[in-house]
Write a protein that binds this ligand. Sequence first.
Ligand code: HEM
Length: 471
Amino acid sequence: MELGRGGSGNVLPRPVPGSYGVPFVSAVRDRLDFYYLQGQDKYFESRAEKHGSTVVRINVPPGPFMARDPRVVALLDAKSFPVLFDVAKVEKRDVFTGTYMPSTSLTGGYRVCSYLDPSEPTHAKVKQLLFSLLASRKDAFVPAFRANFGALLDTVESQIAGSGKSNFTGLNDATSFEFIGEAYFGVRPSASSALATGGPTKAAKWLLWQLAPLTTLGLPMILEEPLLHTVPLPFFLIRSDYKALYAYFAAAASDALDDAERLGLSREEACHNLLFATVFNSYGGFKLLLPRILSRVAEAGKGLHERLAAEIRGAVAGGEVTMAALEKMELTRSVVWEALRLDPPVRFQYGRAKADLEIESHDAKYAIKKGEMLFGYQPCATRDPRVFGATAREFVGDRFVGEEGRKLLKYVYWSNGRETESPSVDNKQCPGKNLVVLVGRLLLVELFLRYDTFTAEVGTNVVITGVTKAA
Ligand code: HEM
């Protein structure tokens, strides 16, 4: 019998290759590789290559002093990654941000839904609350999106007329915040006296306080290392920002909070959870996703724009943008899935092995011990050439069109589950899954109802440089 070959059948599992190096020193050195010397993709790809395995032992950031233990087993292919979705095999308690957890003072003293394992009773209550909220507001999403992003595109046009360009990323930061508040609670955050127009800035600070250990702002290493990656940023500096965000939710979300009480949650715990699901999960997601969709579509060029415009205008046929019309837009939806596949906004997923396990990659079977931290770097899994072939790293807008295309959907993992599966109170799949794909489609609909084509410069920000209005 051969050791660890073939990946299935009666093959003995092999130990996971790789090494964590010298405690502390190697973890810091690896962090510098991750942020400054190699960059994220190279960091993981080079280690997989070195050990000839897509399941490999590595340190992950932030390491000392932020995280007690940076050692993980990394899953870097489409076959091994999905073990992270199986809550019978992995525990998801306090692993949302990985090997460190932000202070609960940033969430009112509560461990919010994203940090709860489904075995904890509060998980099902909060997740049910979110399902009910989204279901109760389903008719609000399309009009709220169109009003807010229609106004954004008016601004884009006037800025292009004035200075020849318009920073979509910056405009999206403000617009997504308004859109989500209006869509979820029927109250624009800018209408709240506590927030006024300061909501997006307060939200961005609060997000940074939680994600600093995993963030680089492009500052010199000598500043970022002590400021962002070594010790937590103190909560007192943003206490008043959090209070203002909370005040908006306490007032705007009163119907949802009534619902929460019926589900057995206190208003306070529910309100901190709604804040988190709205500002961290939803706003944090749309801040990243919408500019990425736009940049991929801009780079794809006029040929794709013409096809999208034809499909979208054909389905809407001069009428309203309805769910029925959206369902007819197969290419549009495929473009959104393709952007989510290539650039998953949440790149890291974690779970702790609940028992001794065997994990299979395409090539081998590996033995994992109970308690080991499993880590998936999603871009490696969703750009796996063994699944997506020679074009795995390219943007192919119509990849998921037609019956053959649909077969690949089960390898799209952005929501912490397969795109062919659904979130439930018993799993950890994103409850915003359908809404996210809807919003991505609505961005394309808004663009191509107005424009035949557009151009943009893609860098840290996506800057629209020209639009050609529909005849
Ligand atoms: C969980 C991605 C939007 C609410 C997750 C997870 C991912 C994810 C990867 C699993 C994290 C983990 O446990 O490892 C995204 C992306 C979004 C997005 C990329 C947008 C582009 C939303 C929206 C909501 C939402 C709109 C609104 C309800 C949540 C919640 C969880 C979650 C509450 C925790 C689920 C649980 O504990 O079972 N999301 N999400 N997300 N997401 Fe989303």
